[in-house]
Design a protein around this ligand. Structure first.
Ligand code: SAM
Length: 244
């Protein structure tokens, strides 16, 4: 998989050379390139932002540097014919494990790190005419910039690349794989500071262990994320939203 990340703070993306993405690069599964958006500016001050039309606080990222960056990245040797542009934004659709799994099937992702009040909407609108675009939110809170969101997205996607995880089974058992949170996990010693590992896990009875783990998963999900057990299915009909 090829990843092009565009940011005004390329140093922020250094962790991509460490940990999971770093290992995937060394294994040849991943080709990561980080670019400075300011390389596509044309003025002496390398300006990437301007005041918002309509007024209001803050600055907005100008469309021209982004347009030029995407033109060049799409024409670069090794670029996919139709890459996927990932734009982290708190107003995006939730970035979930299912979205990560979808993105893991793509050949080439371009990730655009916004700053200030975000990127001029026309960048996304124009890009949608020539590539798949995914505007994603990593949670209901506001970060200062897209770099941390991109690191989260990349890590979630890379660990799903075929051939990446030593033990692919660990992917099928973890939280969100089956729409449930993972059961609690334990390792040695069996007794620690007066806290015991549940007896069933020491029993060697695989059927009992599987049943206990499922029960724990359901109980934990019900307590912490009831929305996962009973998702309110919102159906969009024209401009109207209703519960199914
Ligand atoms: N004005 C924007 C709004 O209210 O939706 C917030 C912009 S935020 C200060 C600057 C950048 O941080 C965004 O363009 C995006 O790249 C990133 N960002 C912030 N929160 C995010 C989130 N929850 N998920 C993904 N990206 C986020």
């Amino acid at each position: 998989m090829r990843l092009d990340v565009v940011s005004i703070f390329p140093d922020y993306l250094r962790p991509l050379d460490l940990s999971l993405p770093g290992r995937a690069q060394r294994n040849g599964l991943l080709d990561v390139r980080v670019h400075d958006l300011r390389d596509w500016t044309g003025d002496r001050h390398r300006t990437v932002d301007d005041t918002p039309y309509g007024g209001g606080a803050g600055m907005v990222m100008k469309p021209e540097p982004w347009g030029a960056a995407l033109d060049e990245l799409l024409a670069a040797p090794g670029a996919a014919q139709r890459p996927t542009l990932v734009v982290p934004t708190p107003s995006g659709r939730p970035f979930t494990q299912a979205v990560a799994a979808e993105l893991a099937t793509r050949e080439h992702l371009v990730l655009a790190c916004g700053r200030y009040e975000g990127i001029d909407q026309r960048v996304v609108d124009e890009a949608a005419g020539r590539m798949e675009v995914r505007e994603v939110s990593i949670g209901d809170y506001v970060l200062n910039g897209g770099e941390v969101a991109v690191l989260a997205v990349v890590e979630a996607v890379v660990r799903l690349l075929p051939g990446f995880m030593g033990n692919a089974e660990s992917l099928t058992e973890e939280s969100h794989a089956a729409g449930l949170l993972e059961y609690p996990v334990y390792t040695k010693p069996a007794s620690w500071r007066g806290h015991e590992v549940p007896e069933v896990l020491l029993s060697g009875d695989h059927a009992r262990i599987a049943a206990w783990r499922h029960e724990q998963s359901v109980a934990r999900t019900a307590e912490r994320r009831p929305d996962l057990l009973h998702p309110a299915r919102v159906v969009a009909t024209g401009t109207e939203l209703r519960l199914a």
